[in-house]
Design a binder for this molecule. Structure first.
Ligand code: GAL
Length: 685
């Protein structure tokens, strides 16, 4: 198998966002930075992310000399730089001279200059200006041997409702609906509340003071915002593609925070097609008081697998904190060892980097207390700096065993952001208990606990080679997706669906005549009602002799060929089917009608793992809270054994592996201290 590398650098990348433009009046700090960079075992810096005002302090007046010097300093320590385009934040002169760059919010209020990530994606001036700036950057630095990658803007998101964006929205709709208002009105269910559109210019983007109840329109607006954002990005990269065709391009993606679930403002499955390398910014709240560390670790793992599978190749961790952030409700410091462990977890799940926000703590403004490698004390002797340096050393030693190594999984979980948009919008069920992202993470966790690798897939992915595919709460299932799922099961696949699955089509219109035919046939059931619970309501399901707790949702169903595996224990539907199985052509389907607890997931998926012969990368025994994840290339697996508990763990290893730290064979009992990680190698062919 060829190794897929995200960059031509054979090193794991360690470093992060470097904002020297905040320190141009402090030459001693800039000199100090490079010395500390070496000491911290860092090698890669993302620069220029918010540097527009330093690069072009007045319209048409450019200053690149400071950046030249920064780049030369980084290169002098054999470092590499990821050069950002500065469009994530504009200089004040631009907002003043060209107010069209300012966004208009959904209440139709023109925004003032301020903050960041708030430009209008349609503005012809901003589009032209970003191209001009990027042309200059590419011409000046495109051939620099230390240039590793382009970092486009920063964390794209948000939306604009200005007149230009309205026009673009209408043009996008005309194209989508073949210029036919009848088609649009049908998709938007126009006659409801007399919302039939008779002229295109009656259409206005969704607004709390205007239209917000037309679900088809809300959905199309989200699709348009994604399209328009990606279009803006594509416009930005034109000069880079022309002048530096060999330099890879990324833009940093993120999660929805603070929930720490997949990002929902944009359709990343579409955005991913336009970037060369996926990168993302991860800020889990370690040691929080809502969940135990292993549970959070499994949710981090889920997100990593999500980003890995956007291109099915290694990705970059573009931002993380070596210590704490400044925007969680409580900004708790990572306990000793957690930085090492959490960073290794990123590598284990397919990252070829550990990069931070940021290199040096700002002196002023809102991020002055956000964690960084270099603190206000300017010291390399504090705990955080030392832990960063220790990690850097370990990464240097591991590079050859990780860079370009891939992930492999037999299990797929489908995540669909369009379905999530529609589900969030649905006025029904529990308005506060839909939790699509969290539900997927719960199902994922059952596999994580058994060290079974999982791919998080989009509906466009190939499904054939997965032994089992989960589609929890896939509210929106188009005909096309249903056909694809049917083909998957017909060919021998195992498909698991749940409550609130397959209720609407791609326009968010419900299916008529009961559950959508192909789903009914495939699952051998017909859901009839979904009972939604108050927070304190409970039911139970008896499944294979055990009783499991139900919260939030319980679907009632008619049987249409499936067998019952579990039944409700209480309420007016006591004794009726809650969990079912159906054989369909060469495959099988399971339907989990209720939101069941973790114990159920472990029992249910545990049996499937055994029945389908799914294997962990290493045969070992351990208690809960240890995670074992692998990357592989060229017949070798690099396996990370990670202790996410605060206790010593005695692990029984039943196979011969080599400890990559000591380079000696390892088998039998391995004692792992709290938060400790061991990386071992196994020969697989
Ligand atoms: C990210 C952002 C960075 C920094 C960081 C703080 O979302 O890209 O610029 O603000 O958050 O955690």
């Amino acid at each position: 198998m060829d190794r897929i590398r995200v960059t031509d650098d054979k090193r794991l990348l360690h470093g992060g966002d470097y904002n020297p433009d905040q320190w141009l009046d402090y030459p001693d700090i800039l000199e100090e930075d490079v010395k500390l960079m070496k000491k911290a075992h860092t090698n890669t810096f993302s620069i220029g992310i918010f540097a527009w005002a330093a690069l072009e302090p007045e319209e048409g007046v450019y200053h690149f000399e400071w950046l030249d010097q920064v780049i030369e300093r980084i290169a002098s320590i054999d470092g590499r730089f990821i050069l950002a385009t500065p469009s994530g934040a504009r200089p004040a002169w631009m907002s003043k001279n060209h107010p069209e760059v300012l966004r208009v919010d959904s209440l139709r209020r023109k925004q003032l200059h301020g903050a960041r990530h708030n430009h209008c994606f349609s503005s012809p001036y901003y589009r032209r200006k970003t191209q001009e700036m990027n042309t200059l950057l590419a011409e000046r630095y495109g051939d620099h041997p230390a240039l590793l990658m382009w970092h486009i803007s920063n964390e794209f998101g948000g939306e604009c409702h200005c007149d230009l964006c309205q026009e673009n929205f209408r043009a996008w709709l005309k194209n989508k609906y073949d210029n036919d208002l009848d088609k649009l009105n049908h998709a938007w269910w126009g006659p409801f509340w007399s919302h039939t559109i008779t002229e295109w210019d009656q259409i206005e983007s969704p607004s709390p003071i205007g239209e917000s109840a037309v679900h088809g329109m809300n959905l199309d607006w989200r699709r348009f915002v994604s399209y328009q954002t990606i279009d803006f990005y594509k416009n930005e990269i034109v000069p880079l593609r022309e002048r530096t065709p060999d330099i890879p391009i990324t833009t940093n993606f993120m999660s929805d925070n603070p929930e720490f679930v997949p990002f929902t403002a944009l359709d990343y499955s579409q955005f991913a097609k336009e970037v060369d390398v996926i990168s993302w910014d991860a800020y889990p709240a370690w040691h929080n008081d809502q969940e135990d560390t292993p549970t959070l670790a499994s949710r981090v793992a889920f997100l990593n697998d999500h980003f890995y599978n956007m291109k099915h190749q290694p990705f970059l961790l573009m931002e993380s904190t070596p210590s704490l952030v400044n925007w969680h409700d409580v900004n708790k410091a990572k306990r000793p060892g957690m930085h090492f462990l959490s960073s290794m977890q990123m590598l284990a799940h397919g990252s070829d980097s550990v990069l931070y926000f940021q290199w040096r703590k700002s002196r002023g403004s809102s991020e002055k207390f956000h964690g960084a490698v270099v603190d206000h004390d300017r010291s390399s002797e504090n705990r955080v700096f030392k832990e960063v340096a220790q990690l850097g050393q370990a990464m240097e030693a591991l590079s050859d065993h990780v860079v370009g190594y891939q992930r492999k999984a037999d299990v797929g979980i489908l995540y669909d952001v369009e379905s999530e948009w529609a589900l969030k919008d649905a006025q029904g069920f529990g308005l506060k208990t839909k939790h699509y992202g969290e539900t997927l993470q719960k199902h994922y966790q059952a596999f994580w606990e058994r060290n079974i690798a999982v791919d998080i897939l989009s509906k466009e992915d190939d499904l054939e080679h997965y032994k089992i595919l989960l589609i929890p709460m896939l509210y929106m299932v188009s005909e096309e997706t249903a056909t694809k799922l049917q083909a998957y099961v017909k060919n021998g696949g195992t498909l698991v669906g749940t409550y609130i699955t397959g209720l609407v089509d791609e326009s968010d219109l419900t299916y008529l005549g009961g559950w959508y035919g192909p789903l009914k046939e495939m699952f051998g059931i017909e859901p009839t009602e979904t009972d939604t619970f108050y927070p304190s309501d409970r039911n139970h399901v008896s499944y294979k002799g055990q009783s499991y707790e139900v919260r939030d949702y319980a679907t009632l169903m008619n049987m249409a060929g499936a067998e019952t595996l579990g039944s409700y224990e209480e309420d007016f539907y006591k004794g009726t089917s809650a969990v079912t199985r159906n054989e369909y052509h060469n495959g099988q389907t399971y339907y989990i009608g209720a939101r069941l607890d973790d114990a159920f997931h472990q029992a249910f998926y545990g049996e499937l793992i055994d029945a389908l012969g799914l294997k962990a990368p290493l045969d070992l025994r351990h208690k809960r809270g240890v995670s074992v994840q692998a990357r592989e290339a060229e017949g070798r697996q690099t396996i990370f054994i990670m202790n996410f508990t605060e206790e010593m763990q005695a692990i029984e290893i039943m196979e011969d592996v080599t400890d990559l730290q000591t380079h000696s064979p390892l088998s039998g009992t391995l004692d792992l201290a709290p938060y400790e990680v061991r990386v071992v190698e196994k020969v697989v062919s």
